[in-house]
Write a protein that binds this ligand. Structure first.
Ligand SMILES: Cc1cc2nc3c(=O)[nH]c(=O)nc-3n(C[C@H](O)[C@H](O)[C@H](O)COP(=O)(O)OP(=O)(O)OC[C@H]3O[C@@H](n4cnc5c(N)ncnc54)[C@H](O)[C@@H]3O)c2cc1C
Length: 412
């Protein structure tokens, strides 16, 4: 793993970090440790920090929304100037960022860590304010909505009926999360003796359940065992929240599914500030949604070498998890500092992505993989990646958060 250099590198470089989420805070902390004399400015309007991997636990009734909330201020490293404004315009040719308050900030290096945007508006009829009512769930919308989703799911687990699950056709963060929630719903129905009164359908957006073939096959088998029906090539297009009907786009035309409970996962795209800048891919699979055109091994922008893009915004084939951030950030920071020092960095990000796939309360599969779809277990011989294990659950429920918080401080 790449490490911050032992002695801080003296420089007067002006560095801007856009975004104070998982990737932005980890980057700023590492830069503050690795450099002395640099001007490090971090932009983010959001004062609350969200530990998003905890949303699923909130939506399973196991944690309260407080569990995922902290103050951004707590994680801002000494020496980093946090400006509570959003980036409104990025000009990588003129090397400036303009904020929504009209400040024009010049930079020598830019790190884009904006995360992604949840595009609920792309689903006709969807209304985020109604999450938790009339069988509508959506774990992704935020801590309060995750808690509201739990109330809707718990009510469904008491009564049974039609449960509908899905994922968007776009790239998404934590692609295992929609699968986990179908597993959890199945588990709660069983615990309450109501599984026989419910039918569960998972709508995959393409022909597979997960992008890593061996994991897809394992989930397929577990879903078959648990009697979770799978339909393929189904993408949610429209929802009637009053009549509880979800309309999916399929190759054969629209298909309607009536539901008593649904977990809506919206399309995900690059935030507007990146989409409207010259940073996105110009062609290829990541162009339409605006993902940043970076080298997949260094996270350095392909056309603007003083720009790095880390975390969910990076247009790379895998890696939209907090666990990926932990491996991406040290690599990008080492390349940035190497440039200041006039040396070449040999650090490489291999696509490491980790997904603790909860299969029931108290059991999970700790799935870790790289760009080549190889399974890359952190504890080979101890934690089998495709087994439903108690220890993997503990890793998710207890182990992940301290590691995540240490990462924000640049220490993991
Ligand atoms: C339901 C759910 C479950 C998950 N489960 C897991 C899991 O089990 N394991 C795991 O490793 N990961 C998981 N993740 C994914 C993980 O949380 C993300 O991959 C991670 O947070 C990405 O970090 P980021 O910094 O790129 O984005 P974020 O953490 O989302 O931060 C982006 C920041 O950028 C800011 N921003 C946006 N636009 C601007 C702008 N114009 N100007 C300034 N600031 C801006 C935002 O306010 C935000 O603070 C899960 C996510 C969700 C939603």
């Amino acid at each position: 793993m790449a490490r911050a250099p032992q002695a801080a590198v003296a420089t007067s470089a002006r560095i801007i970090v856009i975004g104070a989420g998982a990737a932005g805070l980890a980057t700023a902390s590492r830069l503050a440790m690795g450099l002395s004399g640099a001007s490090i400015t971090m932009l983010d309007k959001r004062r609350e920090h969200h530990y998003q991997p905890g949303y699923t636990l909130v939506a399973a009734g196991l944690k309260s929304p407080d569990y995922v909330l902290s103050s951004t201020r707590e994680w801002v490293a000494r020496g980093v100037n946090w400006v509570e404004e959003a980036a409104a315009e990025i000009d990588p040719v003129g090397k400036t960022v303009t904020t929504d308050a009209g400040q024009r900030l010049p930079y020598d290096f830019l790190v884009v860590a904006t995360g992604l945007t949840l595009d609920y508006g792309a689903i006709e009829g969807m209304d985020v304010s109604r999450i938790g009512q009339n069988g509508l769930g959506s774990v992704y919308a935020g801590p309060a909505q995750a808690a509201a989703t739990w109330r809707a799911m718990s009510d469904f687990a008491d009564k049974g009926g039609q449960g509908v699950f899905l994922r968007p056709a776009t790239e998404m963060k934590c692609a295992g999360a929609p699968l986990k929630y179908a597993f959890l719903t199945d588990d709660f129905l069983r615990r309450r003796g109501n599984r026989g009164r419910a039918e569960l359908t998972y709508n995959a957006q393409n022909r597979v359940l997960f992008s890593v073939p061996i994991v897809a096959e394992r989930v397929r088998m577990l879903y078959a065992e648990r009697n979770i029906r799978v339909t393929h090539d189904h993408v949610l297009r429209k929802i009637d929240l009053d009549r509880r009907i979800a309309t999916f786009r399929t190759p054969q035309g629209d298909a309607e599914q009536q539901y008593d409970f649904i977990n809506v996962i919206p399309p995900m795209r690059a935030p507007e500030v990146v989409r409207n800048s010259p940073l996105p891919w110009q062609t290829g699979p990541w162009a339409a949604d605006g993902w940043a055109e970076v080298d997949r091994h260094t996270l350095r922008h392909v056309r603007f070498p003083e720009v790095f893009c880390v975390g969910d915004i990076a247009g790379v084939p895998k890696g939209k998890t907090a666990a990926s951030v932990k491996w991406q950030v040290p690599v990008a920071v080492d390349h940035l500092i190497a440039t200041i020092q006039g040396r070449e960095s040999a650090e490489r990000y291999n696509g490491y992505t980790s997904c603790p796939l909860i299969t029931r309360v108290g059991r999970a599969m700790l799935v870790e993989f790289d760009y080549n779809d190889n399974l890359v277990p952190s504890f080979p011989g101890v934690i089998a990646p495709l087994e439903e294990l108690w220890i993997s659950w503990i890793m998710k429920e207890v182990g992940l958060k301290p590691t995540y918080l240490a990462m924000l401080r640049g220490r993991a």
